[in-house]
Ligand binder design. Structure first.
Ligand code: SF4
Length: 419
């Protein structure tokens, strides 16, 4: 979401003035720190970065802070660091031009009019487009700060989404990534529009766009994975066979404490349905270990889900309390050493599974969409199921979907030859 928000701000700025991106800090006239506060220690990091930018910036360069940390700290940022020129919340990126020239402007409102939502025509990769289909989140997971920073969940009308993707396809994108905090809850609330369209119907609509060959989405919520959605995922040839199913914990009682809305059994059942209808799918997940109150048995439940589902990809983290979240106030916090040991055990087992998954790819053939030129005469791309590929080649491969046979495997990527 943050990458797309950055693209959106660049597009909005370029509507008014032709900005150019620079990698050199001392050349920049405008520095925007687009923050995330989901996991690390964002506040301390933000103020240390502001200090670095203040010291090394070009004379007179403006500094803006955007994103989730901007949303929850608001004007406090300017109070603590008066060098900051403006603060723009995660839900307000469309308003960048309203704040960029107003000294000490703060725009962090959670009001949102989906019918006037402008997508912003800038793509960091010309061959792929990222498109927001909803903004905000209505859930109340007790470890998460997103609802406080991005506001209530509002779906963008499907007509606007269709227009945006059609435009992207006309300018070279064959693949779209649909973005939202809970994409498969799409259509639950449209704000001012009375449209009736759920996520399954949205996928069907989008797949009618001529020239669009691949549709990806992130992130769905296990709670909204009904059979119709999984059947569409499995049978629609334009929908890539890669799906993120965030587990967080395998323990039903911890899932309740997290307010996730599903049980261990529901979760396994949904993954089994995906595997049954779409055996070639890659399933990825997120796991938090050491959540307050996690017992040895709770952790074994998480290990059990890993063993049962055998996720091809897993993003796992030690729980860290986020300010302004319910779980940060829980008194049964877990000892950091115990949480660290559990994380090591979980990741070690996942590495074994991943090695088996990747080794089994040797000699297989995938259709790869090439989208990035790499150093040393190599080109990279992704297979339909999301695996990263490298082949020898030149820019002629960019924007093409070609068959590749795997010749070398590793945990993170596959090498191959064009057929
Ligand atoms: S579903 Fe839960 S974890 Fe995801 S953004 Fe919403 S509150 Fe956060």
């Amino acid at each position: 979401m943050n990458v797309r928000d950055s693209e959106h701000m660049i597009a909005e700025l370029n509507e008014k003035e032709p900005y150019e991106l620079t990698e050199t800090l001392s050349e920049a006239d405008l520095i925007i720190i687009n923050t995330c506060s989901v996991r690390e220690k964002p506040v301390a990091k933000l103020f240390s970065e502001i200090g670095v930018f203040k010291k090394h910036r070009k004379e007179g360069a403006k500094i803006g802070v955007a994103g989730c940390t901007a949303s929850h700290l608001g004007k406090e940022i300017i109070k603590r660091a008066p060098v900051v020129d403006f603060v723009l919340g995660a839900r307000n990126v469309s308003k960048i031009n309203e704040v960029v020239n107003s000294k000490h402007a703060v725009e962090v409102s959670t009001d949102f009019d989906e019918s006037t939502y402008a997508f912003g025509e800038y793509r960091s990769n010309p061959f792929k487009a990222m498109v927001n289909i909803s903004i905000g989140c209505d859930k109340s997971c007790t470890f998460c700060i997103v609802p406080a920073t991005r506001g209530d969940e509002i779906s963008i009308p499907s007509e606007l989404i269709m227009q945006e993707i059609t435009k992207a396809v006309k300018t070279g994108a064959k693949e779209v990534m649909l973005l939202g905090q809970n994409v498969n809850n799409y259509g639950r609330r449209f704000g001012s529009s009375d449209e009736k369209c759920d996520f399954t119907q949205l996928l069907q609509k989008i797949s009618t766009i001529e020239g669009l060959e691949r549709i990806r989405f992130t992130s769905p919520h296990p709670l909204h994975m009904d059979n119709a959605f999984i059947e569409e995922f499995a049978s629609n040839p334009k929908v890539c066979k890669q799906i993120h199913v965030p587990l967080q914990s395998g323990s039903t009682s911890l899932l309740q404490a997290m307010k996730r809305g599903y049980s261990k059994e529901n979760f396994i059942n949904r993954c089994a349905k995906i595997r049954a209808l779409c055996p070639e799918a890659t399933i990825s997940t997120d796991v938090i270990v050491g959540f307050p109150g996690e017992s040895d048995e709770d952790f074994l439940d998480t290990m059990d889900v890993l063993e049962t589902v055998r996720f091809e990809q897993m993003f796992s983290f030690k729980y860290s309390p986020r300010p302004h979240t319910e779980a940060a106030e829980y008194t049964n916090q877990i000892d950091a050493t115990i949480a660290g040991e559990r994380l090591t055990k979980l990741q070690a087992r996942h590495t074994e599974i991943l090695d088996e998954v990747m080794d089994a790819q040797m000699g297989r053939v995938h259709k790869v969409y090439f989208d990035e030129l790499k150093p040393n005469g190599r080109v990279s791309g992704r297979s339909d199921d999301g695996k990263l590929f490298f082949v020898e080649g030149s820019e002629e491969l960019l924007g093409k979907i070609l068959e590749v046979k795997v010749t070398k495997t590793s945990r993170g990527a596959l090498d191959g030859v064009l057929l």
